[in-house]
Design a binder for this molecule. Structure first.
Ligand code: FMN
Length: 216
């Protein structure tokens, strides 16, 4: 059981209510509780205002809605089907498990594609050579912060969402389909839509085993 101390600012309580209600929703409908402009604002603000190491601003994001979103999952289905044909994935597993799962993503309203532009780090890696190997993981960490913020904000507005990772399987087709710069490396796909089912039960390891405080 964690601390239940009161906050000074009610917005802090609201923030943590939203944090607690963010869950993984797999059952999603191709409907939206808000305007496409409001979705765009969530995604843009989550890219603009999330920090990055040395303010390198390495995250790149593509918002895909409706038919454009469906294309992502057609690409994934085709890619996985290719693996079946090549004998690398059993057909039965694809038909019974993988394909229905991908079709469930396809049935949602939108997908946010999160990329990192590692190439843009070349000058700073040269300038701070001693940290050179840290910049790529820092860029991923910053990207993950944007992923999380979009996830929380979309669910705050009534969406359900789930986070997927089909890279590198889908990378080439995604770059080609939306004519994206070659330096944008895909990290994650956040699928969102109107919730059609409840999230699964979730257990929590005791916070006492994961947190220490000193000097209180
Ligand atoms: C970094 C990261 C990667 C994840 N990758 C996937 C994924 O590829 N596919 C998936 O279905 N869920 C993925 N998830 C979702 C987690 O399984 C999920 O967040 C976790 O089980 C806790 O459940 P909750 O999101 O309902 O709180 C990922 C989550 C995180 C934070």
């Amino acid at each position: 059981m964690g601390s239940t101390a009161e906050f000074k600012n009610p917005a802090t309580s609201t923030l943590f209510e939203l944090v607690k209600s963010r869950r993984t929703y797999y059952g999603l409908k191709g409907e939206s509780p808000i305007s496409d402009d409001a979705i765009e604002r969530i995604v843009q603000d989550s890219v603009l205002h999330v920090p990055s190491s040395f303010n390198t601003q390495t995250s790149r994001v593509v918002l895909l809605l409706k038919e454009e979103h469906q294309k992502v999952w057609d690409i994934a289905i085709n890619a996985l089907e290719g693996l079946v044909t090549a004998g690398r994935v059993p057909r039965e597993m694809f038909e019974n498990s993988t394909k229905p799962k991908l079709n469930a993503f396809r049935a949602a309203y939108g997908t946010v594609l999160f990329f990192v532009d590692y190439d843009s780090l070349a000058p700073i890696k040269e300038k701070f050579a001693i940290y050179a190997d840290k910049f790529d993981p820092f860029a991923q960490e910053s990207n993950a912060m944007s992923q999380y913020l979009v996830w929380v904000a979309l669910e705050s507005e009534g969406f359900g969402a789930n986070l997927q990772h089909y890279s590198p399987l889908v990378d080439e087709q995604i770059t080609k389909t939306w004519d994206l710069p070659a330096s944008w490396k895909l990290d994650a796909q956040l699928v969102f839509g109107l919730p059609a089912s409840e999230p699964a039960d979730k257990s929590f390891a005791p916070i006492e085993n994961r947190f220490k405080v000193f000097g209180k």
